[in-house]
Design a protein around this ligand. Sequence first.
Ligand code: NAD
Length: 528
Amino acid sequence: MSQSYSLALLEDTTVTPERLERLAARVDAEESETSLVVRTPITDEPLASVPAATATDVSTAVERAREAGEGWAATPVEERAEVIERFGDLVTANREELQDVVQLETGKARIHAFEELLDVPATCSYYAGTAAEVIADDPRDGAFPLVSDAVVTHDPLGVVGVISPWNYPLTLSMTDAIPALMAGNAVVCKPDERTPFVALALAELLEEAGLPADVFQVVTGEGSTVGPALIDAVEYVAFTGGTETGRVVAERAGRNLIGCSLELGGKNPFIVLADADVADAVRGAVRTAYANAGQLCLAPERIYVAESRYAEFLDAFVEATRSLTLGHAFEYGPDVGSLIDEAHRDRVDDFVQGAVEDGATVVIGGNARPDIGPSWYEPTVLTDVDPDARIACEETFGPVVIVTPVRDEAEAIERANDSSYGLNASVWTADRDRGRAVARRIDCGTVCVNDAFVVGWSAVDAPMGGIGDSGLGRRHGPEGIERFLAVRTVATSRVGPLTFPSALPMDWVARLVSGGLTLKRRIARRLR
Ligand code: NAD
């Protein structure tokens, strides 16, 4: 049920139509009678098709994963770590093809395909190196010293469902799957309809690294069919996507009483304090606001600048924006690639035109660029934006930034926190202690000082995730693997059943036990 097309575009890549057909053939969807055509945003031509899995196909895939996962769960964690490390090496070694596939599916610039690839080996090494410690039995205090003890054990949950979006299809299919696998789970991944091929190429590399067949599977198909079927069949779902879909996923996971993590959207503030190095802040803003043409959950969309530095910042930021090159090449060169499709381009343009109707000024940009490709949009800077306008409140997810002057630090913090989202923020200042103090007052899961997001995202040992409309749960760090473990307490009595002695009157027992407990609490307080 798959087909490929001989596009002229493929001649500039390492990818052939036959290769895409082989990848599509990895999807085991026996019940499927239809297919999904994947188009490349670069030219809006059809690239290849994949099966549209049915709900039955999904439950079959999960059952196969569950069976194969039993052997994987019993594999010592050190051996699992070797497989995952080898996978990280293979991703690096195969980066040319993986980046070609990512660019074909998303239309992003080569540099942004490279950046997303980097996360995978880093995440592999981190969890390969740390999982054993998190998974190890953890002795805890028993109720009474010498009388009893307790130990916490950690087991895999079973099958984890990973539902990933189109914007970073390589990183976001893997960044949750890697800790889930290291924890001993099997994984079934449902990539976005528009970007299934890179997930399929990664499944192949996992097998080449030594992961037993079926422990990691990819099911392709419509989100509204495959997503719910997956949530109904797995023990945990790690979802990355939009806030509205996140609510639907959370409701379904809730009904099934399974855990879920939800990595959702953001409307990320970027604060330039009066003492900041403006040149650094401009470099950071231009590098991140237009990363992946702004289709990045962590990218700044609202910039607040201290009044005294506003003109200086705006002039330099607009000049830096003007210097960006738009275009497509399967090599490093253009700074800004395509948006994912024409519908998304129109959505971004509606945000901008709506803001203009509400009184905003377009300082630079504000136009679609069909001369470059069907879905390109110019990097755009807006000022004079009403704080209640749609563009100031909702995630634009495009190369569009609002710049607003603020009186002082207090107003910057107030404006930054005036949002239903809380994913990522940044603070720019010459005084790092001041930056960290401001960071603690910002309602976001991650706050970066003198960097927009890279310093936070690349600190793989530190958790990342959102609050409010930006989601629930954390990826990266120990928190990123703990969510995929079943925790069990094994408590042992060394003196038989802990009951009250029957040889003494109960009021004596009550006095003795209460006295003993008070003594234990006093000793514990002294030792603290
Ligand atoms: P989306 O919510 O439309 O789709 C995400 C995934 O959910 C896709 O695989 C889709 O097929 C699937 N899906 C659709 N309907 C479903 C359903 N009923 N049940 C289960 N799954 C379903 O999001 P998108 O437009 O692909 O991605 C963009 C959004 O993702 C943005 O809001 C962005 O901010 C967010 N995002 C967040 C992070 C993060 O780490 N916080 C990272 C990247 C993207």
